[in-house]
Design a protein around this ligand. Structure first.
Ligand code: SF4
Ligand code: SF4
Length: 355
């Protein structure tokens, strides 16, 4: 059976107040948030944007969604997770400050803004999924403990996954840094020797005694490394980096992680894609990057695969070309949607209902 995806068109650079009215109408008419019951703990997942990048979803739109969720009589939080790579989203303290600078605060959103500190293992859940690539997914506990998930995703291009929407937001975005590392590479981080100052903070943080300081540089013994990413969190010079590995494997692992996050919430999740400010690269990119398609609108569904497929199809149709494949010719993004469908996360076939 086809899944329903509800859509409302938004004009290029349309005023935020007008978009808010449309968003309110879409949420009301689609009824996709109607599964939320009084007393539910709802985790609203989004990306607060990297410093220098303004592609992230406008906080005014997030506030509308949070407001509609609160009206259901539940408890909600708006959240993101920390990153593997250099930037201001590497730890919870700096990430929260950046989120506030981008307009995401408890007072502006009406709900708590939370970024779990995944260096504290109590904030991480191991979810046994026994899939082909991932046996046990490391997900920030907030998303596993929640009764429901609402994913607010900015639809844009991505250097490894072709494009990123709902599946990327929950698969990569809800993972702890250990989980992100597992998706990006087969285990170990890489040390950029020219940036390493030999401070040994990584050696102290490593739970597997996999790091030695040799000639004043950090050296990782890959046979001991368990891929926990603790060393990356403590390195003051950000000399630890992730080996990005192959885009195909990343896409498949990401879909398996999305499965881990929502497998118990199939009837308790909603996915809202904003196909606005469609950039070539993801919101983690620490600079502005080119727009590759005109603004299309907002898509909402209880099926993340359908939400992403409908967004992809309409953006391409309005552009008259496959914009994401053109931007990232080596990365066929549809692969992660097909893989996600194979895992039972949703349908590639959808019915688009335009409001
Ligand atoms: S990822 Fe974890 S186990 Fe591997 S070297 Fe870094 S701290 Fe050690
Ligand atoms: S924490 Fe960073 S700078 Fe210090 S030794 Fe390790 S890799 Fe080098």
């Amino acid at each position: 059976m086809k899944s329903r995806v509800y859509f409302i068109a938004v004009g290029n650079e349309e005023e935020a107040s007008s978009v808010n009215n449309k968003l309110n109408a879409l949420l009301k008419e689609s009824k996709v948030l109607d599964f939320i019951r009084p007393g539910y703990k709802v985790a609203v997942k989004m990306h607060f944007g990297e410093e220098g990048n303004t592609g992230f979803v406008n906080p005014a739109y997030a506030a509308v969604i949070c407001g509609q969720i609160l009206k259901k009589g539940c408890e909600a939080s708006l959240s993101d997770t920390n990153t593997l790579y250099r930037g201001r989203r590497l730890n919870s303290e700096d990430h929260l400050k950046l989120a506030a600078e981008h307009g995401f605060t408890e007072s502006s959103m009406g709900v708590k803004v939370v970024i779990p500190d995944d260096t504290n293992k109590e904030n991480v859940s191991s979810v046994d999924i026994g899939q082909q690539l991932i046996k046990s997914a490391k997900v920030c506990r907030l998303y596993i403990d929640a009764d429901a998930i609402v994913a607010i995703s900015h639809f844009k291009g991505h250097m490894l996954t072709g494009f990123g929407g709902a599946i990327k937001n929950i698969g990569m975005g809800c993972a702890s840094r250990e989980g992100k590392l597992a998706q990006h590479c087969d285990v170990s981080p890489v040390v950029y020797a020219d940036q390493c100052e030999g401070c040994a903070e990584c050696e102290k943080a490593c739970p597997a005694a996999a790091i030695s300081i040799i000639n004043n540089k950090s050296v990782i013994d890959r046979s001991k490394c368990v891929g926990c990413a603790s060393c990356m969190a403590v390195c003051p010079t950000m000399a630890m980096f992730v080996d990005l590995g192959s885009g195909i494997k990343v896409q498949e692992k990401m879909a398996e992680y999305a499965y881990a996050v929502i497998k118990e919430k199939k009837n308790r999740s909603a996915f809202i894609n904003f196909a606005l400010k469609i950039n070539k690269e993801c919101d983690c990119w620490g600079a502005e990057n080119p727009r590759i398609a005109p603004d299309a609108g907002i898509f909402i569904s209880n099926d993340p695969v359908s939400a992403d497929k409908a967004t992809l199809d309409l953006v391409n149709k309005l552009s008259g070309r496959d914009v994401f494949r053109e931007a990232h010719p080596d990365h066929e993004g549809i692969r992660h949607l097909k893989y996600a469908e194979g895992l039972g996360l949703g349908n590639l076939d959808y019915e688009l209902i335009s409001l």
